[in-house]
Design a protein around this ligand. Structure first.
Ligand SMILES: Cc1cc2nc3c(=O)[nH]c(=O)nc-3n(C[C@H](O)[C@H](O)[C@H](O)COP(=O)(O)OP(=O)(O)OC[C@H]3O[C@@H](n4cnc5c(N)ncnc54)[C@H](O)[C@@H]3O)c2cc1C
Length: 550
């Protein structure tokens, strides 16, 4: 990717066919779809790409077994169709980036024959809807097999488990790969550029967007024939900027996850807790060497903070622990995530748990703003296809076919599950490093390793004992528009999700590399490291953890 300064130069004041606002899953998906259909497109984000909901998900590529249950119980055809569409999309997401997404098995513990039959029927329906794109067929596991597959399960009164399949993926890297694939197709992308206003013609139609550069605080404009609002939970703000009398539509809901060492769980399969105290489901999913437990679902207010509260962590433990032989404890938490779901209001009087996770494309007749509202990660490609169809209609040009259904993302071409082995032998890497690089960068891993070959100091680990290398940091700055310590540790490398304290320990080295790559002064580097450390300290404090591990 271009450097940020060069991207800014290429964007500022120049005309585009389409400007996409918001670089989460939805905006990045829209940008790729549009550029591949031949529309000259620019993608902007007010923060970093994937810095909001799109890196805070449960990392499931799924139709949603709970939504299917709701669809059946309420005979809700729309919700059924949403599950069907998501199951159709699941396979494309897996195939387009096999290094970032894979199939996984989920176990639902059952405590009676009746429960086993109930979940087996449900999961068979899930298999049937997925049809030829099903990953593995669901089945009943007798008690002994369930305990062998998941030794952490509480054996008392356990009748068995129903296993079913869904996908798992690396959400923030999937987003970044969409952005990189988009720029390699000729699009322009810029992070830390917030839309703060619009220019309009005499009829009130949008002709330009005014953006504020977060680093210089300077403003610049982008001219385009059409504007797509893909700002997820912030969509109402952009709708109101375009049209002062727009009615608010979004009902954001906060969801948090907590992560634990995986050692005690001793399973590669995920666990679905089928009933929580508030009638939902939660997951405990092995992910990148950790156990990811989530999520909560609480209506957000303007005061809602993006941290994991102690009460939220306690809620998750209260739901999960009755299913475990050895309960997990709060002080074992290594990190956490929080995000806002961009749910769309269905009407007054519904809680956020009841809002369906479907999407809607809204075209504002007067300003021409096209807002893509709601949806979920799994359906981002379909949402993008739908949105760009509307864009072409609004532009008065023929609606052409989307080509994203089978379009490999960067790092996907030539990838196989054996790829890590060839990487290890060619570059003399240990198993863990080869696996780590293959899963993060796919067949782009040699580009990271080339940096380490050119400068041996970059082959050093970022943190002793973990596979993250300094070369990844430099790659993230040069090729993935990383601008801050958090951009690198949270979204490009994923060390922040692996361990808050280890991420804080790695921050000074990351600060040094940022300073040398982006010509920062010593003061700027120190301030960047201190800001990051303060943020992590707040995360630890809010959930009730000490700065040093016990
Ligand atoms: C807790 C939780 C768990 C979830 N789990 C799953 C799951 O397992 N599977 C699944 O399929 N889905 C899941 N989802 C849903 C999924 O994560 C979201 O639907 C999806 O990420 C939304 O993407 P988005 O691009 O619409 O929004 P976001 O990712 O929030 O992106 C919006 C972007 O807009 C930018 N922005 C905002 N204002 C401006 C502005 N003025 N100018 C420029 N840019 C701006 C923001 O910086 C942000 O990057 C989950 C969501 C949550 C919160």
């Amino acid at each position: 990717m271009k450097s940020r300064a060069r991207a800014l130069e290429a964007i500022s004041g120049n005309p585009f066919d389409l400007c996409i606002i918001g670089g989460g899953a939805t905006g990045a998906g829209c940008a790729l779809d549009a550029q591949l259909r031949g529309l000259q497109t620019v993608l902007v984000d007010g923060g970093d790409f994937a810095s909001a909901a799109s890196s805070a998900s449960t990392k499931l590529v799924h139709g949603g077994v709970r939504y299917l249950e709701q669809a059946v119980k309420k005979l809700d055809v729309d919700e059924y169709r949403m599950v069907q569409a998501a199951l159709g999309e699941r396979i494309h997401m897996l195939k387009n980036a096999p290094h970032l997404a894979h199939a996984a098995e989920f176990l639902v513990p059952v405590f009676s024959r009746a429960q086993a039959i109930y979940y087996q029927i449900g999961m068979k329906m899930y298999d049937w809807i997925a049809g030829k794109d099903n990953l593995f067929p669901s089945r009943f596991l007798p008690r002994e097999e369930a305990l062998r597959r998941m030794p952490a399960l509480r054996a008392e009164k356990l009748h068995g488990a129903v296993s079913y399949s869904d996908g798992q993926f690396d959400d923030s890297r999937y987003d970044l790969s969409l952005v990189q694939t988009f720029t390699e197709a000729g699009g322009e992308a810029l992070n830390y550029a917030r839309v703060v206003g619009f220019g309009k013609d005499s009829a009130g139609k949008l002709t330009s967007a005014t953006l504020r550069d977060s680093f210089s605080a300077g403003e610049f404009s982008i001219r385009a024939r059409a504007f797509v609002n893909a700002t997820g939970p912030a969509s109402d703000n952009i709708r109101l900027l375009a049209s002062g009398d727009a009615k608010r539509r979004l009902r954001p809901s906060k969801g948090v996850h907590i992560l634990f060492p995986l050692e005690e769980f001793r399973s590669v399969d995920a666990l679905l807790v089928p009933k929580t105290e508030d009638g939902r489901v939660i997951f405990a999913v092995p992910w990148m060497g950790r156990l990811l437990v989530g999520t909560t679902d609480d209506e957000a207010t303007p005061e809602t903070k993006m941290v994991v509260l102690r009460s939220e962590a306690e809620y998750l433990l209260r739901q999960l622990n009755p299913y475990l032989a050895k309960p997990l404890r709060l002080e074992q938490i290594v990190s956490g995530l929080s995000g806002l779901r961009p749910l769309v209001a269905a009407g007054e009087g519904h809680g956020t748990k009841e809002l369906i996770r479907d999407h809607e494309v809204e075209v504002d007749a007067k300003s021409g703003l096209i807002s893509i509202l709601g949806g979920k990660w799994t359906t981002h490609r379909l949402m993008a296809e739908d949105t760009i169809n509307h864009v072409q209609k609004a532009m008065g040009i023929p609606v052409t076919s989307s080509v994203t259904r089978e379009h490999p993302l960067v790092g996907a071409s030539g990838f196989s599950t054996e790829y890590r082995k060839s990487l290890a032998s060619e570059y003399g890497l240990d198993e863990a490093t080869a696996q780590h690089l293959a899963r993060k960068f796919g067949t782009r891993a040699p580009a990271v390793l080339a940096l380490a070959r050119a400068d041996s100091s970059l082959s050093e680990p970022l943190v002793a004992g973990l596979p993250y290398r300094k070369a990844e940091v430099v790659y993230a700055i040069r090729e993935e528009l990383a601008q801050t310590v958090e951009d690198i540790l949270a979204r490009r490398l994923g060390l922040q999700m692996f361990d808050w304290r280890q991420a804080m320990a790695a921050a000074p080295a990351v600060g040094d590399l940022l300073a040398s790559e982006l010509s920062w002064s010593r003061d700027k580097r120190d301030e960047a490291v201190a800001t990051y450390a303060a943020k992590i300290r707040e995360f630890l404090k809010t959930v009730g953890l000490a700065e040093k591990a016990a």
